[in-house]
Design a protein around this ligand. Structure first.
Ligand code: ME8
Length: 504
């Protein structure tokens, strides 16, 4: 193993089961985690559920349930859906886990010890769906600047966190680490806001008790965001000095949606500075999946559930579409036409049919046993080999859609090679050349399926088994597995059902 990689998703609110928006962040994290493991990096991948706060308390009351009952209904749904999407998470955390609640209190005590907590009156506005305080300055119209819903008037005696104390330190950190926030447009946005000044924030609520109690004041509960952010270290065992913590903190990347960037890129780092803990290396904020330009979210009533998409295009159809359709960082529409076009054309025609026709020819011309010709180089071989060094680079730049585009350029080259070489003509005229051509195609497919494994794991594994190989490439095996020429002589292929049957 070389190196470590700690990747997290937000902890999702348990007011509903996962939808394609929350699935998106989780799939991206999974793609990264799978690639890093293949490259021999030791990975810790954490996701989970955010279960405290007024939003959950109200959602539970609306259903005649206790908040805990609502949480217990939906938290297992998250696990189930992640499993159905082939998510290879290492740890699932719930903010109601006793160990997490203890970690929150321990962290809060540390911040108190630094003199960073004081009691004062909060008089202002609060957005319940976002669980955020909305200041008069940011929203003179009292409409939440993020979700555009009316905020509620709030007047409470609360505990405040001295965010303002960390303004200079935060700004220096941003200046010294231009890669701290991605994409760059978001970095600039946050830097401008920090330059404009940080104000202290209320970090407790007194109006309801569904939260972690404040140390030494059980009438107040800790604000749900202050509580939930701490998961990124409690998942590693904080406040205990565990091996996991030593190994994986600071996190390599917190993957989030752009709606919650401020919490992650300013509030969380300032909390960590106060507690004397190192800052995460990177926060990457992606865009929103929209429907007719409206953000997909439960409260907008335009939710799409993964299972409904899976029923049509399969798990890999969904994973591929989400990773390919929009450049990471930007918004994009989840359109049915685009989904079907990518499924039928790219997965079905370009890749699925390529496998099918290759195996059909190997069965027809060589009774299914692919002979290995003398190794020769070709333009196609160079194109396939040329992708390998780009993978890590594009991943580290979060350019998933560009990477897939590049892989597809090569897949199209394989198809073109077959059309140009015409194995059906060679079968009558040149057996030696036929061997070389079919081996070149099959070997290209083998290597391409390894490149695609993290994106479409089930299908990639099926390609390998249909080529007569073990379906898995082990951790750390990537560089060795993509070396050209490893399909053995006489390899017995096993044609299966089409990988991506056409959808009308
Ligand atoms: O914000 N498009 O939880 P949440 C893309 N509990 N991504 C989307 C999306 C969409 N339409 N809708 C949701 C919370 N997401 C807090 C987080 S973390 C310590 C606490 C994704 O259930 C995106 O990653 O509202 C967004 O940041 C997250 O779901 C919000 O999930």
């Amino acid at each position: 193993m070389t190196g470590q990689f700690y990747v997290t998703t937000p902890l999702y609110y348990i007011t509903d089961e996962p939808h394609i928006g929350t699935a998106y962040t989780t799939i991206v994290a999974d793609v990264l985690a799978r690639y890093k493991r293949l490259l021999g990096v030791e990975v810790f991948f954490v996701t989970g559920t955010d279960e405290h706060g007024q939003k959950i308390a109200r959602a539970a009351a609306a259903e005649g349930l206790k908040p805990r009952e609502l949480a217990d209904r939906f938290a297992p749904k998250y696990r189930e859906v992640w499993q159905s999407l082939d998510i290879t998470l290492d740890y699932f955390i719930r903010t109601t886990d006793p160990a997490h609640e203890e970690a929150v209190q321990a962290f809060f005590k540390k911040v108190i010890e630094q003199g960073d907590i004081y009691k004062a009156k909060y008089q202002g506005w609060y957005c319940n769906p976002c669980e955020r305080y909305v200041s008069e300055k940011d929203a003179p119209d009292h409409v939440c600047p993020v979700c555009r819903r009316p905020a509620e008037a709030l007047e409470e005696e609360n505990y405040f966190f001295r965010l303002s104390k960390y303004q200079d330190k935060m700004l220096s950190h941003l200046k010294e680490h231009p890669d701290f926030i991605g994409p760059t447009s978001r970095y600039n946005e946050i830097r401008n806001r920090v330059e404009a000044g940080l104000e202290d924030i209320s970090v407790s609520r007194s109006a309801f008790d569904w939260g972690v109690p404040m140390p030494d004041d059980s009438k107040q509960s800790i604000w749900v965001w202050f509580d939930a952010l701490i998961n990124y270290i409690s998942a590693l065992g904080y406040p205990k000095k565990t091996d996991l913590f030593e190994k994986f903190w600071p996190a390599d990347v917190h993957l989030i949606g752009k709606d919650i960037l401020w919490f992650h890129s300013v509030i969380w780092p300032c909390m960590l500075m106060s507690a004397g803990i190192a800052l995460p290396k990177k926060i990457y904020a992606h865009g929103w999946w929209t429907m007719n330009a409206d953000k997909i979210s439960k409260s907008k009533g335009n939710v799409i559930y993964p299972r409904d998409v899976i029923a049509r295009v399969g798990v890999d159809g969904l994973r591929y579409f989400m990773m390919r359709e929009i450049p990471f960082g930007l918004d994009g529409d989840f359109s049915n036409n685009a989904l079907l076009a990518r499924y039928n054309n790219e997965l079905g025609n370009d890749l699925g049919n390529l496998l099918l026709r290759t195996l059909t020819m190997i069965e027809k011309y060589f009774q299914g046993r692919l002979p290995r010709p003398a190794m020769e180089s070709s333009e196609l071989r160079s194109a396939v080999e040329g992708l390998a060094p780009q993978i890590e680079k594009k991943l580290d730049q979060y350019q998933f859609s560009i990477l897939l585009e590049k892989i597809w350029e090569v897949i199209r080259k394989v198809n073109k090679y077959i059309d140009q070489e015409k194995p059906w003509v060679l079968a009558k005229s040149d057996q030696e050349r036929l061997k070389t051509v079919l081996y070149t195609v099959a070997e290209s497919l083998r290597i391409i399926s390894i490149y695609l494994g993290p994106f479409i794991p089930e299908s990639a594994s099926k390609i390998l088994t249909q080529l007569g190989l073990p379906g898995e490439v082990g951790a750390g095996q990537f560089n060795q597995a993509v070396v050209w020429g490893q399909l053995p002589d006489g390899c017995l292929v096993k044609k299966g059902a089409p990988l991506f049957p056409k959808i009308e």
